[in-house]
Design a protein around this ligand. Structure first.
Ligand SMILES: [Zn+2]
Length: 433
Protein backbone atom coordinates (compact mmCIF):
# COMPACT_ATOMS: atom_id res chain seq x y z
CA UNK A 1 0.00 0.00 0.00
CA UNK A 2 1.15 3.55 -0.69
CA UNK A 3 -0.04 6.31 1.65
CA UNK A 4 0.16 9.53 -0.36
CA UNK A 5 0.53 13.09 0.95
CA UNK A 6 -0.30 12.01 4.49
CA UNK A 7 0.71 13.57 7.81
CA UNK A 8 2.86 11.18 9.86
CA UNK A 9 4.39 10.84 13.30
CA UNK A 10 8.06 10.32 12.51
CA UNK A 11 10.81 8.46 14.41
CA UNK A 12 11.44 11.49 16.64
CA UNK A 13 7.71 11.68 17.42
CA UNK A 14 7.28 14.89 15.47
CA UNK A 15 4.33 15.55 13.19
CA UNK A 16 5.33 15.92 9.54
CA UNK A 17 2.70 16.74 6.88
CA UNK A 18 2.52 15.57 3.26
CA UNK A 19 4.64 12.43 3.44
CA UNK A 20 4.71 9.24 1.36
CA UNK A 21 4.82 5.90 3.16
CA UNK A 22 4.91 2.58 1.30
CA UNK A 23 4.38 -0.93 2.67
CA UNK A 24 5.22 -4.19 0.94
CA UNK A 25 4.49 -7.56 2.52
CA UNK A 26 4.80 -7.11 6.27
CA UNK A 27 7.27 -4.19 6.13
CA UNK A 28 7.44 -0.44 5.76
CA UNK A 29 9.67 -0.03 2.69
CA UNK A 30 9.38 3.65 1.82
CA UNK A 31 9.24 6.84 3.94
CA UNK A 32 9.88 10.14 2.15
CA UNK A 33 8.57 13.62 1.49
CA UNK A 34 9.06 12.84 -2.21
CA UNK A 35 6.68 10.55 -4.11
CA UNK A 36 8.23 7.30 -5.36
CA UNK A 37 8.61 7.03 -9.13
CA UNK A 38 5.75 5.40 -11.01
CA UNK A 39 7.30 1.94 -11.30
CA UNK A 40 8.07 1.87 -7.57
CA UNK A 41 4.60 3.20 -6.70
CA UNK A 42 2.94 0.54 -8.88
CA UNK A 43 4.86 -2.19 -7.06
CA UNK A 44 3.47 -0.97 -3.71
CA UNK A 45 -0.11 -1.65 -4.86
CA UNK A 46 -3.18 0.14 -3.50
CA UNK A 47 -2.93 3.91 -3.07
CA UNK A 48 -4.35 5.60 0.02
CA UNK A 49 -5.12 9.31 -0.10
CA UNK A 50 -3.75 11.08 2.95
CA UNK A 51 -6.04 14.13 2.69
CA UNK A 52 -7.31 14.90 6.20
CA UNK A 53 -5.57 11.84 7.62
CA UNK A 54 -2.70 11.18 10.06
CA UNK A 55 -0.60 8.01 9.87
CA UNK A 56 0.79 6.86 13.22
CA UNK A 57 2.60 3.83 14.58
CA UNK A 58 -0.08 1.46 15.89
CA UNK A 59 -0.49 0.92 19.64
CA UNK A 60 0.94 -1.90 21.77
CA UNK A 61 -1.19 -2.68 24.79
CA UNK A 62 1.44 -3.53 27.38
CA UNK A 63 -0.84 -5.25 29.91
CA UNK A 64 -4.18 -7.02 29.46
CA UNK A 65 -6.24 -10.09 30.23
CA UNK A 66 -8.08 -10.59 26.94
CA UNK A 67 -10.85 -13.10 27.81
CA UNK A 68 -12.04 -10.78 30.58
CA UNK A 69 -13.98 -8.67 28.08
CA UNK A 70 -16.72 -11.13 29.03
CA UNK A 71 -16.89 -9.34 32.41
CA UNK A 72 -17.37 -5.85 30.99
CA UNK A 73 -19.53 -3.93 33.46
CA UNK A 74 -20.14 -7.00 35.63
CA UNK A 75 -18.58 -5.91 38.93
CA UNK A 76 -19.03 -2.22 39.52
CA UNK A 77 -18.80 0.27 42.36
CA UNK A 78 -17.22 -2.13 44.83
CA UNK A 79 -14.02 -1.98 46.88
CA UNK A 80 -11.19 -4.12 45.50
CA UNK A 81 -11.52 -7.14 47.82
CA UNK A 82 -15.31 -7.39 47.37
CA UNK A 83 -14.96 -6.78 43.61
CA UNK A 84 -12.52 -9.70 43.35
CA UNK A 85 -14.07 -12.16 45.80
CA UNK A 86 -17.77 -11.57 45.17
CA UNK A 87 -17.79 -10.91 41.43
CA UNK A 88 -14.61 -11.55 39.43
CA UNK A 89 -13.26 -14.80 40.92
CA UNK A 90 -16.64 -16.66 40.99
CA UNK A 91 -17.34 -15.63 37.36
CA UNK A 92 -13.84 -16.59 36.21
CA UNK A 93 -14.14 -19.98 37.95
CA UNK A 94 -16.93 -20.77 35.46
CA UNK A 95 -15.00 -19.59 32.41
CA UNK A 96 -14.56 -22.30 29.77
CA UNK A 97 -12.53 -22.68 26.59
CA UNK A 98 -15.11 -21.59 24.03
CA UNK A 99 -16.03 -18.59 26.17
CA UNK A 100 -12.36 -17.54 26.36
CA UNK A 101 -12.01 -17.93 22.58
CA UNK A 102 -15.01 -15.76 21.68
CA UNK A 103 -14.23 -13.18 24.37
CA UNK A 104 -10.69 -12.85 23.02
CA UNK A 105 -12.08 -12.26 19.53
CA UNK A 106 -14.32 -9.54 20.97
CA UNK A 107 -11.24 -8.03 22.61
CA UNK A 108 -9.33 -8.14 19.33
CA UNK A 109 -12.23 -6.49 17.47
CA UNK A 110 -12.31 -3.67 20.01
CA UNK A 111 -8.51 -3.45 19.95
CA UNK A 112 -8.16 -2.97 16.20
CA UNK A 113 -11.11 -0.55 16.33
CA UNK A 114 -9.09 1.77 18.59
CA UNK A 115 -5.63 1.20 17.08
CA UNK A 116 -4.13 -1.61 19.19
CA UNK A 117 -2.33 -4.29 17.15
CA UNK A 118 -0.55 -6.21 19.89
CA UNK A 119 -1.24 -7.13 23.53
CA UNK A 120 0.87 -8.34 26.42
CA UNK A 121 -1.60 -10.81 27.82
CA UNK A 122 -1.70 -12.72 31.08
CA UNK A 123 -4.30 -15.49 31.33
CA UNK A 124 -5.00 -19.20 31.16
CA UNK A 125 -6.80 -20.78 28.17
CA UNK A 126 -3.61 -20.07 26.18
CA UNK A 127 -4.58 -22.36 23.26
CA UNK A 128 -7.86 -20.51 22.79
CA UNK A 129 -6.29 -17.05 23.07
CA UNK A 130 -3.62 -18.00 20.52
CA UNK A 131 -6.29 -19.35 18.16
CA UNK A 132 -8.40 -16.18 18.41
CA UNK A 133 -5.43 -13.82 18.04
CA UNK A 134 -4.07 -15.82 15.09
CA UNK A 135 -7.41 -15.68 13.29
CA UNK A 136 -7.74 -11.95 13.91
CA UNK A 137 -4.29 -11.17 12.47
CA UNK A 138 -3.26 -9.26 15.62
CA UNK A 139 -0.27 -10.03 17.84
CA UNK A 140 0.12 -11.22 21.40
CA UNK A 141 2.74 -11.87 24.04
CA UNK A 142 0.89 -14.52 25.96
CA UNK A 143 1.95 -15.33 29.51
CA UNK A 144 0.25 -18.21 31.29
CA UNK A 145 0.58 -16.83 34.81
CA UNK A 146 1.96 -19.00 37.56
CA UNK A 147 0.35 -18.98 41.01
CA UNK A 148 1.20 -21.13 44.01
CA UNK A 149 -0.53 -21.24 47.38
CA UNK A 150 0.89 -24.61 48.52
CA UNK A 151 4.64 -24.11 48.71
CA UNK A 152 5.11 -27.40 46.88
CA UNK A 153 7.53 -28.34 44.10
CA UNK A 154 6.94 -26.00 41.12
CA UNK A 155 7.42 -29.00 38.79
CA UNK A 156 4.15 -30.41 40.19
CA UNK A 157 2.31 -27.10 39.81
CA UNK A 158 -0.22 -27.22 36.94
CA UNK A 159 0.08 -23.48 36.22
CA UNK A 160 3.87 -23.84 35.96
CA UNK A 161 3.55 -26.87 33.68
CA UNK A 162 1.08 -24.99 31.45
CA UNK A 163 3.40 -21.99 31.28
CA UNK A 164 6.33 -24.13 30.14
CA UNK A 165 4.13 -25.93 27.64
CA UNK A 166 2.81 -22.67 26.18
CA UNK A 167 6.36 -21.42 25.59
CA UNK A 168 7.40 -24.69 23.94
CA UNK A 169 4.35 -24.69 21.68
CA UNK A 170 3.81 -21.11 20.66
CA UNK A 171 6.90 -18.92 20.94
CA UNK A 172 7.48 -17.31 17.53
CA UNK A 173 4.32 -18.84 16.05
CA UNK A 174 2.57 -17.04 13.14
CA UNK A 175 5.70 -15.32 11.79
CA UNK A 176 6.48 -14.02 15.28
CA UNK A 177 3.10 -12.41 15.83
CA UNK A 178 2.60 -14.87 18.70
CA UNK A 179 5.28 -14.62 21.36
CA UNK A 180 5.30 -16.14 24.81
CA UNK A 181 6.39 -14.76 28.15
CA UNK A 182 7.27 -16.48 31.40
CA UNK A 183 4.65 -15.08 33.72
CA UNK A 184 4.35 -14.85 37.47
CA UNK A 185 0.99 -13.55 38.66
CA UNK A 186 2.45 -11.58 41.60
CA UNK A 187 4.48 -11.70 44.79
CA UNK A 188 1.33 -12.13 46.89
CA UNK A 189 0.10 -15.19 44.95
CA UNK A 190 3.40 -17.10 45.07
CA UNK A 191 6.44 -17.84 47.22
CA UNK A 192 10.20 -17.52 46.77
CA UNK A 193 10.56 -21.01 45.33
CA UNK A 194 7.95 -20.28 42.66
CA UNK A 195 9.47 -16.91 41.77
CA UNK A 196 12.88 -18.53 41.31
CA UNK A 197 11.35 -21.32 39.19
CA UNK A 198 9.68 -18.78 36.86
CA UNK A 199 12.93 -16.80 36.64
CA UNK A 200 14.84 -19.99 35.78
CA UNK A 201 12.29 -20.95 33.10
CA UNK A 202 12.57 -17.48 31.54
CA UNK A 203 16.35 -17.94 31.35
CA UNK A 204 16.10 -21.53 30.08
CA UNK A 205 13.81 -20.53 27.17
CA UNK A 206 15.27 -17.01 26.80
CA UNK A 207 11.86 -15.35 26.92
CA UNK A 208 10.61 -12.21 28.60
CA UNK A 209 8.91 -12.04 32.00
CA UNK A 210 5.47 -10.55 32.71
CA UNK A 211 4.39 -9.89 36.31
CA UNK A 212 2.08 -7.67 38.41
CA UNK A 213 4.14 -5.45 40.74
CA UNK A 214 3.16 -2.96 43.48
CA UNK A 215 -0.38 -2.36 42.25
CA UNK A 216 -1.77 -1.44 45.67
CA UNK A 217 -0.42 0.10 48.87
CA UNK A 218 -1.56 -2.99 50.79
CA UNK A 219 0.34 -5.34 48.47
CA UNK A 220 3.53 -3.36 49.05
CA UNK A 221 3.04 -3.13 52.84
CA UNK A 222 2.25 -6.86 53.17
CA UNK A 223 5.26 -7.78 51.02
CA UNK A 224 7.57 -5.73 53.24
CA UNK A 225 6.20 -7.52 56.31
CA UNK A 226 6.65 -10.94 54.71
CA UNK A 227 10.12 -10.35 53.31
CA UNK A 228 12.11 -8.45 55.94
CA UNK A 229 11.31 -4.97 54.67
CA UNK A 230 11.80 -5.70 50.98
CA UNK A 231 9.34 -4.05 48.60
CA UNK A 232 7.90 -6.16 45.75
CA UNK A 233 10.52 -4.73 43.36
CA UNK A 234 13.40 -5.47 45.75
CA UNK A 235 12.16 -8.97 46.57
CA UNK A 236 11.49 -10.00 42.95
CA UNK A 237 14.85 -8.58 41.86
CA UNK A 238 16.66 -10.56 44.59
CA UNK A 239 14.90 -13.73 43.39
CA UNK A 240 16.33 -13.14 39.90
CA UNK A 241 13.03 -12.45 38.19
CA UNK A 242 14.31 -9.29 36.47
CA UNK A 243 17.45 -10.97 35.10
CA UNK A 244 15.51 -11.50 31.87
CA UNK A 245 13.83 -8.49 30.16
CA UNK A 246 10.64 -7.89 32.14
CA UNK A 247 7.30 -6.12 31.88
CA UNK A 248 6.17 -5.08 35.37
CA UNK A 249 2.50 -4.11 35.35
CA UNK A 250 1.31 -1.22 37.52
CA UNK A 251 4.30 -0.17 39.73
CA UNK A 252 2.11 2.42 41.44
CA UNK A 253 3.83 2.19 44.84
CA UNK A 254 7.58 2.55 44.41
CA UNK A 255 10.54 3.91 46.36
CA UNK A 256 13.56 5.69 44.88
CA UNK A 257 15.54 2.48 45.39
CA UNK A 258 12.84 0.57 43.44
CA UNK A 259 13.19 2.98 40.52
CA UNK A 260 16.97 2.51 40.60
CA UNK A 261 16.51 -1.27 40.36
CA UNK A 262 13.96 -1.02 37.52
CA UNK A 263 16.35 1.23 35.60
CA UNK A 264 19.43 -0.94 36.22
CA UNK A 265 17.56 -4.12 35.25
CA UNK A 266 16.00 -2.53 32.15
CA UNK A 267 12.50 -3.42 33.35
CA UNK A 268 9.60 -1.81 31.45
CA UNK A 269 6.77 -0.52 33.62
CA UNK A 270 3.36 -1.14 32.04
CA UNK A 271 1.22 1.63 33.50
CA UNK A 272 -2.55 1.05 33.56
CA UNK A 273 -3.94 4.43 34.63
CA UNK A 274 -7.67 3.84 34.05
CA UNK A 275 -7.70 0.54 35.95
CA UNK A 276 -5.61 2.02 38.78
CA UNK A 277 -8.01 4.92 39.15
CA UNK A 278 -11.18 2.85 38.78
CA UNK A 279 -10.08 0.52 41.58
CA UNK A 280 -8.67 3.52 43.51
CA UNK A 281 -5.26 1.87 43.75
CA UNK A 282 -3.41 5.13 43.15
CA UNK A 283 -1.66 6.91 40.30
CA UNK A 284 1.69 5.88 38.85
CA UNK A 285 4.53 8.38 39.37
CA UNK A 286 5.26 8.42 35.66
CA UNK A 287 7.33 11.62 35.67
CA UNK A 288 9.71 10.13 38.25
CA UNK A 289 10.06 6.99 36.13
CA UNK A 290 10.87 9.02 33.02
CA UNK A 291 13.30 11.20 34.98
CA UNK A 292 15.12 8.11 36.30
CA UNK A 293 15.32 6.68 32.77
CA UNK A 294 12.95 3.76 33.46
CA UNK A 295 11.17 2.49 30.36
CA UNK A 296 7.42 3.06 30.47
CA UNK A 297 4.71 1.53 28.29
CA UNK A 298 0.91 1.82 28.53
CA UNK A 299 -1.66 -0.92 29.20
CA UNK A 300 -5.41 -1.16 29.61
CA UNK A 301 -5.44 -4.00 32.16
CA UNK A 302 -8.59 -6.09 31.81
CA UNK A 303 -11.88 -4.74 30.52
CA UNK A 304 -13.38 -5.74 33.90
CA UNK A 305 -11.46 -2.87 35.50
CA UNK A 306 -11.38 -0.35 32.66
CA UNK A 307 -14.14 -0.90 31.03
CA UNK A 308 -12.97 -0.45 27.47
CA UNK A 309 -9.91 -0.79 25.27
CA UNK A 310 -10.14 2.76 23.96
CA UNK A 311 -6.40 3.35 23.74
CA UNK A 312 -6.71 7.05 22.99
CA UNK A 313 -8.61 7.40 26.26
CA UNK A 314 -5.89 5.40 28.03
CA UNK A 315 -3.21 7.70 26.60
CA UNK A 316 -5.08 10.80 27.74
CA UNK A 317 -5.65 9.45 31.26
CA UNK A 318 -1.99 8.33 31.36
CA UNK A 319 -1.00 11.92 30.60
CA UNK A 320 -3.47 13.53 33.00
CA UNK A 321 -2.82 11.19 35.92
CA UNK A 322 0.93 11.49 35.41
CA UNK A 323 0.67 15.28 35.57
CA UNK A 324 -1.63 15.15 38.61
CA UNK A 325 0.72 12.80 40.46
CA UNK A 326 3.69 15.06 39.68
CA UNK A 327 1.60 18.13 40.56
CA UNK A 328 3.07 19.65 37.40
CA UNK A 329 1.13 20.41 34.19
CA UNK A 330 4.46 20.56 32.32
CA UNK A 331 5.40 16.97 33.24
CA UNK A 332 5.34 14.29 30.48
CA UNK A 333 6.01 15.64 26.99
CA UNK A 334 3.82 14.69 24.02
CA UNK A 335 6.75 12.78 22.46
CA UNK A 336 7.34 10.81 25.69
CA UNK A 337 3.66 9.91 25.90
CA UNK A 338 3.24 8.78 22.27
CA UNK A 339 6.51 6.87 22.44
CA UNK A 340 5.25 4.97 25.50
CA UNK A 341 2.07 4.07 23.59
CA UNK A 342 3.91 2.70 20.57
CA UNK A 343 7.68 2.13 20.44
CA UNK A 344 8.16 1.39 24.16
CA UNK A 345 5.19 -0.98 24.09
CA UNK A 346 6.61 -2.83 21.07
CA UNK A 347 10.07 -3.01 22.64
CA UNK A 348 8.54 -4.32 25.88
CA UNK A 349 7.15 -7.22 23.84
CA UNK A 350 10.57 -7.95 22.35
CA UNK A 351 9.32 -6.65 19.01
CA UNK A 352 12.46 -4.75 18.15
CA UNK A 353 11.37 -4.05 14.55
CA UNK A 354 7.97 -2.60 15.48
CA UNK A 355 6.51 0.64 16.80
CA UNK A 356 8.02 3.30 14.52
CA UNK A 357 7.29 4.62 11.05
CA UNK A 358 10.68 3.68 9.67
CA UNK A 359 11.90 1.81 6.61
CA UNK A 360 12.54 -1.83 7.43
CA UNK A 361 10.15 -1.88 10.36
CA UNK A 362 7.05 -4.03 10.39
CA UNK A 363 4.01 -2.25 8.96
CA UNK A 364 1.98 -1.83 12.17
CA UNK A 365 0.14 1.37 11.35
CA UNK A 366 -3.05 3.25 12.08
CA UNK A 367 -4.76 6.09 10.25
CA UNK A 368 -6.60 8.76 12.27
CA UNK A 369 -9.34 10.92 10.74
CA UNK A 370 -8.14 14.45 11.30
CA UNK A 371 -11.28 15.97 9.76
CA UNK A 372 -13.37 15.23 12.88
CA UNK A 373 -14.56 18.40 14.68
CA UNK A 374 -12.63 17.42 17.83
CA UNK A 375 -9.41 17.54 15.79
CA UNK A 376 -9.80 21.22 14.75
CA UNK A 377 -8.16 23.67 14.70
CA UNK A 378 -4.60 22.33 14.72
CA UNK A 379 -2.16 24.29 16.83
CA UNK A 380 -0.25 21.10 17.56
CA UNK A 381 -1.19 17.78 15.98
CA UNK A 382 0.63 15.87 18.75
CA UNK A 383 -1.47 17.56 21.41
CA UNK A 384 -4.65 16.97 19.41
CA UNK A 385 -3.79 13.27 19.14
CA UNK A 386 -3.16 12.93 22.89
CA UNK A 387 -5.87 15.16 24.33
CA UNK A 388 -8.57 15.51 21.64
CA UNK A 389 -8.64 12.31 19.58
CA UNK A 390 -10.81 9.32 20.41
CA UNK A 391 -10.55 5.65 19.51
CA UNK A 392 -13.48 6.16 17.16
CA UNK A 393 -11.32 8.51 15.06
CA UNK A 394 -9.24 5.51 13.92
CA UNK A 395 -10.28 4.73 10.34
CA UNK A 396 -7.67 2.11 9.40
CA UNK A 397 -5.61 -0.42 11.36
CA UNK A 398 -2.84 -2.48 9.79
CA UNK A 399 -0.70 -5.19 11.42
CA UNK A 400 2.28 -6.70 9.62
CA UNK A 401 1.10 -5.01 6.42
CA UNK A 402 -2.39 -6.56 6.52
CA UNK A 403 -5.42 -4.29 6.87
CA UNK A 404 -7.49 -5.60 9.81
CA UNK A 405 -9.97 -2.72 10.07
CA UNK A 406 -11.08 -0.16 7.51
CA UNK A 407 -13.79 2.44 8.20
CA UNK A 408 -16.19 0.22 10.15
CA UNK A 409 -15.31 -2.98 8.34
CA UNK A 410 -13.52 -5.83 10.11
CA UNK A 411 -11.47 -7.78 7.58
CA UNK A 412 -10.70 -10.83 9.74
CA UNK A 413 -13.44 -10.90 12.40
CA UNK A 414 -17.16 -11.67 11.97
CA UNK A 415 -18.26 -9.18 14.62
CA UNK A 416 -21.97 -10.12 14.55
CA UNK A 417 -21.11 -13.76 15.19
CA UNK A 418 -18.63 -12.78 17.92
CA UNK A 419 -21.22 -10.63 19.72
CA UNK A 420 -23.79 -13.45 19.53
CA UNK A 421 -21.37 -16.07 20.86
CA UNK A 422 -20.17 -13.77 23.65
CA UNK A 423 -23.79 -13.20 24.71
CA UNK A 424 -24.38 -16.97 24.75
CA UNK A 425 -21.25 -17.53 26.86
CA UNK A 426 -22.22 -14.76 29.27
CA UNK A 427 -25.68 -16.27 29.75
CA UNK A 428 -24.30 -19.76 30.25
CA UNK A 429 -21.84 -18.61 32.90
CA UNK A 430 -24.41 -16.47 34.74
CA UNK A 431 -26.86 -19.42 34.86
CA UNK A 432 -24.14 -21.67 36.33
CA UNK A 433 -23.20 -19.30 39.17
ZN1 LIG B 1 -3.54 -7.20 35.39
Amino acid sequence: MLFEKIGIINEQYEYVPDMYVGTLGNRIVYVSDVAPDEAHAAALGERYSGAGRVLMPAFYNAHGHSPMSLLRGYGENLPLDRWLNEKIFPFEAKMYRKAAYWATLLTMAESVRTGIVSTTDMYNFVDDIVRAVSESGTKVNIGRHVVDFTGGDPADNVTFQEMRQSILMYDGFQDGRIRTDASLHAEYTSNERTVRAVADAAKEFDVRVHVHVAETAKETKDCMERHGGETPVQYLARCGLFDQPTTAAHCVWLTDEDRDILFEKGVTVASNPVSNMKLVNGMCETAKLYDRGVRVAIGTDSVASNNSLNFFEEIKVFALSGKMRANDPAALTPAQILRSASREGAASQGRTDCGLIKEGYRADLIVVDATAPNMHPVHSMLNNLIYSASGSDVVLTMADGAVLYDRGEYKTIDLERVKYEVEQARNKILLSL
